[in-house]
Design a protein around this ligand. Structure first.
Ligand code: ADP
Ligand code: MG
Ligand code: ZN
Length: 198
């Protein structure tokens, strides 16, 4: 088997909001760049937090990214022979993302994905879990619980009701991008401080 026949490897970076997923994705891409590897970062256009062609971490670091409308748009780059591709906020991509990841792997390109493992209800994001299941490496990052200071593994969604921030309810839609609606905010919490209304 020649080196070119080698399949790509999958690295998964998961955890709640604020756990440093984007920071870690950037760190991994930067060191690959130092190693003279070629690749691109993809972000999905439905992530309205920033329309900029960049991924930006809350720690302030950023890197250029290609904005795609659907997961399969990334396949335009499959024959580029990239060493790696990376997907940030992978839970926002449509279900085709799992096949897209496999396609890059079959073309010998490593894939780094960063995203939420759980939604605000504490339910897994199916496509993220499917990628994790076939991955070569998983990093589960933790944030700091804003209530008690313990390690945070959950994302709390809060809704502004009558001037007071209240836990969101299980029946709310899963996808709501931060900043899109001033009535909603998210914070990292540990399992004990995390609340969701039935
Ligand atoms: P993610 O992509 O997981 O949402 P980012 O990589 O954008 O996270 O940001 C991680 C950074 O957020 C940390 O390095 C830290 O500077 C900052 N931060 C702010 N609040 C918290 C918190 N409660 N827990 C952990 N990090 C926090
Ligand atoms: Mg992020
Ligand atoms: Zn807590």
């Amino acid at each position: 088997m020649t080196l070119r026949d080698k399949k790509g490897k999958i690295e998964v970076v998961i955890g709640p909001m604020y756990s440093g997923k984007t920071e870690e994705l950037i760190r991994r891409v930067v060191r690959r760049t130092i190693a003279r590897q070629r690749g691109v970062i993809f972000k999905i256009s439905s992530d309205t937090r920033t329309k900029e062609e960049k991924v930006i971490s809350r720690a302030g670091t950023s890197l250029e990214a290609k904005v795609v409308d659907v997961a399969s748009d990334a396949l335009k780059y499959v024959d580029e022979g990239f060493d790696y591709v990376a997907f940030d906020e992978v839970q926002f991509f449509d279900d085709k993302i799992v096949d897209v990841v496999k396609e890059f792997v079959n073309h010998g390109t490593d894939v780094i994905v960063a995203g939420l493992n759980l939604d605000f209800r504490g339910e897994p994001f199916e496509s993220v879990m499917k990628i994790a299941a076939i991955s070569d490496e998983i990093a589960l990052l933790k944030a700091v619980c804003v209530v008690c200071g313990e390690d945070a593994t959950r994302t709390q969604r809060l809704i502004l009701k009558n001037g007071k921030w209240m836990p969101a309810s299980k029946s709310d839609p899963v996808f709501k991008v931060e900043g899109e609606d001033i009535q909603i905010k998210y914070e990292p919490r540990c399992k004990d401080c995390w609340e969701v209304e039935e």
